[in-house]
Write a protein that binds this ligand. Structure first.
Ligand code: NAD
Length: 494
């Protein structure tokens, strides 16, 4: 059995803990490799490699660091297909979808290439007589990233290009379900000239995560995953004195007003609900149909959901692949089995000829879902779209705002006034107007509100740069004569 080891100090490093986890091919159900699961000693080796590289890297000039990021950008661009194939084979999503996530990650690398501009400080001349003041930002040291299975390339790329460009070293603990994309990224960084130890990958489960959260040499932790683990990571790493941003789960609503173009809304919501088999933190999982929009919308959604081509991610004809594991597929089917809503399209029995052991669940549409049901309350994280019917715009906004999650939301309408009011009143971090998956571009910052993010800094964009650096303010005087006017009272500007 092929074993996937760690990447520590610039080299592939076999696991030594004796613990390994299965890596499935979700389209066939086979175990295709085993991934090493690190023990605290192996985590310490990765952090130590990052500590060793930290001084040299932070002293490397801004321009030299940016040039390595430019070289990495070129290599990643040339290897989009190779990284996408690794994602498809372990996650299950279609190749087109995997290419899309690598491309969105690449955009963060492009943003990080501008680090000399992003790190420009402030300067005030003559704040007091013969006194100047300035501020600048410095790296934190060793930063850690802990990431989920659903975007094995893009979510880590939200973090490490900016952390590294800013002069930090990095230890990534990717999801143990799809570890290979991170190993390819590590090789590309090395090829781009990044010194050994600046970027390290350690695979593992809770044991490895806890070792990172407790490690005294880790200065900051970026986490993306489910809400219970995000809450836990935020609490434990904060208690250990680290800077933490922990992004959690979601239940993203799309509000459809009666004046919306229903054909367009149905097309967009089908893509946003069933793309990647619903395993996106920004997937639309609840359609809030307002008033007269409901019947026409459900009819259109049903027709589109039934027409989706389900199949292996590598097949050019597939529009939707399998779920990541057999447990995930069982869990999703369980929600459909237990619901008392109307099952308009039922994907439970879907299977793919020649791939009977794959982790399949077909597109599923539930209508008349009650806000008090588990299908509404839980993040199902599968290809299940729930339609909730409400009478008014106000009811729709109240429903969205009562939800404990606040990652993404969308409104479909032909009215600019309704859209403006919605974007202002809704308690959600990322809002789309006739755009169902409003993932901000790399030069804006990504993050939800409420139970979708613990900490106060979003990822990438300007907030990403702030997260991975700390500010220093300097007050400076170069007196022209030796005479001092120091006095014991508290100094004020003169
Ligand atoms: P997960 O929370 O199970 O795992 C995330 C990471 O935490 C993995 O690296 C995993 O190894 C580790 N982990 C798991 N259990 C742990 C434990 N008990 N203690 C310590 N570490 C643990 O999430 P997942 O299933 O890999 O990913 C799907 C979830 O991620 C969904 O909830 C999705 O909404 C969320 N997500 C959120 C965003 C966002 O931007 N808010 C983006 C992508 C995914």
């Amino acid at each position: 059995m092929r074993e996937i080891g760690h990447w520590i100090g610039g080299a592939q490093t076999p696991g030594t803990s004796g613990r390994r986890g299965p890596v499935f091919q979700p389209a066939t159900g086979e175990v295709q490799a085993e991934v090493a699961l690190a023990d605290p000693g192996e985590v310490d080796a990765a952090v130590s490699a990052a500590v060793k590289a930290a001084d040299g890297w932070r002293e490397t000039s801004l321009v030299a660091r940016a040039r390595i990021l430019f070289a990495f950008r070129e290599l990643l661009h040339r290897n989009v297909d190779a990284v996408a194939e690794a994602i498809t084979d372990e996650h299950g999503k279609t190749l087109a979808d995997a290419r899309g996530e690598v491309t969105r990650g690449l955009e963060v690398v492009e943003f990080a290439c501008g680090i000399p501009h992003l790190l420009k400080g402030e300067y005030s001349d003559q704040v007091s007589t013969n006194v100047d003041a300035y501020s600048f930002r410095q790296p934190l040291g060793v930063c850690a990233g802990i990431t989920p299975f659903n975007f094995p390339a893009m979510v880590p790329l939200w973090m490490h290009p900016i952390a590294i460009a800013a002069g930090n070293t990095f230890v990534l603990k990717p999801s143990e379900r799809d570890p290979s994309a991170s190993m390819l990224v590590a090789k590309l960084y090395a090829e781009a000239g990044l010194p050994a130890g600046v970027f390290n990958v350690v695979h593992g489960d809770k044991t490895a995560v806890d070792a990172l959260l407790d490690h005294p040499d880790v200065a900051a932790v970026s986490f993306v995953g489910s809400t219970p683990i995000a809450r836990y990571v935020h609490g434990r790493a904060s208690a250990a004195g680290k800077r933490v941003q922990a992004l959690g789960g979601a239940k993203n609503h799309a509000v459809v007003l009666p004046d919306a173009d229903l054909d367009n809304a149905a097309a967009e919501l089908t893509a946003a609900g069933y793309g990647s088999a619903g395993q996106r933190c920004m997937a639309i999982s609840v359609v809030v149909a307002v008033g007269d929009a409901a019947d026409g919308l459900v009819e259109r959604l049903a027709a589109r959901a039934s027409a989706i081509e389900v199949g292996p991610g590598r097949a050019a004809t597939s529009e939707m692949g399998p779920l990541v594991t057999a447990e995930a597929a069982d869990r999703v089917r369980g929600y459909v089995e237990r619901t008392d809503a109307r099952v308009v399209v039922d994907g439970r029995a879907v299977t793919v000829p020649g791939h009977e052991n794959g982790f399949w669940v077909g597109p599923t549409l539930l209508d008349g879902v009650s806000p008090s049901s588990e299908a509404y309350a839980d993040e199902i994280f599968g290809p299940v779209l729930s339609v909730v019917r409400v009478a008014t715009f106000e009811e729709a906004v109240a429903l969205v705002n009562a939800n404990p999650y606040g990652n993404g939301v969308a409104i479909f309408t032909g009215s600019g006034a309704a859209a403006r009011r919605f974007t202002r009143e809704v308690s959600v971090g990322m809002v789309g107007v006739n755009v169902p998956i409003p993932v901000p571009m790399a030069f804006y910052s990504f993050g939800g509100w409420k139970d979708s993010l613990f900490g106060d800094t979003h990822v990438h964009g300007a907030e990403g740069v702030r997260f991975y650096t700390r500010a220093k303010a300097v007050t400076s005087r170069w007196p022209e004569s030796a005479a001092s006017d120091a006095a014991l009272h508290f100094p004020t500007a003169r």
